[in-house]
Design a protein around this ligand. Structure first.
Ligand code: PAF
Length: 284
C-alpha cells in the first residue's frame, strides 16, 4: 500500500493509472476507521481496479464548539486497517495541503442540505460538498462510495454530482451495525458504557416504526408519536429531530407512501448520534 500526502503526487498517481486504463474506486473518510468503512472499501473494490481511501478531518465541516479538535485520530491503527483491507493508496493530506491560507471558494447545495442535520448544523454541508469536490479533483475517481448512515450527506453529494456534471458514479453503502444494532460510527467511541447502552434506543425506535408500518399504519404524526415514545423512555436521550421525509427530495411527508426516509438525531451526554431507515410500502 502506498501512502500519499501531497495533492500534486496524488493527482500524478491518478492520472498515470487512468492513462493505463485503470478504474479508480474512492472511499473518502475522516479516519478512525471501523467495519462500516471497511465495507465501503469492499464495495469500491468490487467496482474498480484500484482503491484509494482518504483520511482527512475536514475543519470546514465542523461548526464552532463541535468536536473537531477531539475527533479521534488513531493514525497507526487506521494505516494497518487500510493495509489489511487491501486499500491500494491511502491519501493522507494535512490541512495546509487541502486549504490555502486565503482559500475563498465554497461549493454549496442549497435545497437538500437545509433540513434535518442542516437545520442545526448550519454550514456543515458546505464544508462537506467543498471538500468532497476537492477530493474528487485530486483523486479523480471513477466511482466513490458513501455510507447510507449519513443519508442526507449521500443525497447532497448525489445532487452536487448531478448539478455540477461531475463524472463520478456515487455508490451508496448499506449501514453496518454492531451485533446489538447500534449503527457503526467513529463517534461511538465517545460513549461511556452506560451511554452506549442508552444509544440502542435508536435502533429500537426504528424497528418499532417498521413494525407499525407492517401493521398498516401510514400516518406520519401517529408514527412520530410512536417513535418518540421509544426514545422518551430513555431519560439520558435528548431528541434533536425525528423526521419523515421523501427519500429523494428530503421534503417532509404527511403519509408514508412509496419510499420515506425516517431520520433521527439525538444527543446523549456530549455525543450526537444519527441513524435512519428507509420505509418501503406498496402503494395502498
Ligand atoms: O462522511 C465523512 O466521513 C465526511 O463527511 C467526508 C465525506 C469524508 C467529508 O469530509
Amino acid at each position: 500500500m502506498e501512502i500519499i500526502r501531497t495533492v500534486r503526487e496524488m493527482q500524478r498517481w491518478a492520472l498515470e493509472e487512468k492513462r493505463k486504463g485503470r478504474f479508480i474506486g474512492f472511499v473518502p473518510t475522516m479516519g478512525c476507521l471501523h467495519e462500516g468503512h471497511l465495507s465501503l472499501v469492499k464495495l469500491a473494490r468490487s467496482r474498480s481496479d484500484l482503491v484509494v481511501l482518504s483520511i482527512f478531518v475536514n475543519p470546514i465541516q465542523f461548526l464552532p464548539g463541535e468536536d473537531f479538535s477531539r475527533y479521534p485520530r488513531p493514525v497507526e491503527r487506521d494505516e494497518s486497517l487500510c493495509l489489511e483491507s487491501g486499500v491500494d493508496v491511502l491519501f493522507y493530506p494535512d490541512s495546509a495541503q487541502m486549504y490555502a491560507p486565503d482559500h475563498s471558494v465554497i461549493i454549496e447545495e442549497t435545497l437538500l442540505s437545509r433540513g434535518l442535520c442542516g437545520a442545526t448544523r448550519s454550514g456543515h454541508f458546505k464544508g462537506v460538498t467543498t471538500v468532497v469536490a476537492k477530493l474528487f479533483n485530486i483523486v479523480i475517481p471513477d466511482v466513490a462510495v458513501f455510507g447510507q448512515k449519513d443519508a442526507q450527506q449521500l443525497r447532497v453529494i448525489q445532487r452536487m454530482i448531478r448539478d455540477l456534471n461531475i463524472p463520478v458514479e456515487i455508490i451508496p453503502g448499506p449501514i453496518v451495525r454492531e451485533p446489538d444494532g447500534l449503527a457503526m460510527s467513529s463517534r461511538n467511541r465517545y460513549l461511556t458504557p452506560a451511554e452506549r447502552q442508552d444509544a440502542l434506543c435508536l435502533r429500537r425506535a426504528l424497528d418499532h416504526v417498521e413494525k407499525c408500518i407492517q401493521e398498516g399504519e401510514r400516518d406520519v404524526e401517529t408514527l412520530r408519536k410512536e417513535l418518540a415514545g421509544v426514545l422518551d423512555r430513555v431519560p439520558a436521550v435528548r431528541v434533536e429531530y425525528i423526521e419523515f421525509v421523501d427519500d429523494e427530495t428530503l421534503q417532509p411527508v404527511k403519509r408514508v407512501e412509496r419510499l420515506v426516509l425516517v431520520a433521527l438525531a439525538i444527543r446523549i451526554g456530549l455525543t450526537r448520534l444519527i441513524d435512519n431507515t428507509v420505509l418501503m410500502t406498496r402503494q395502498d
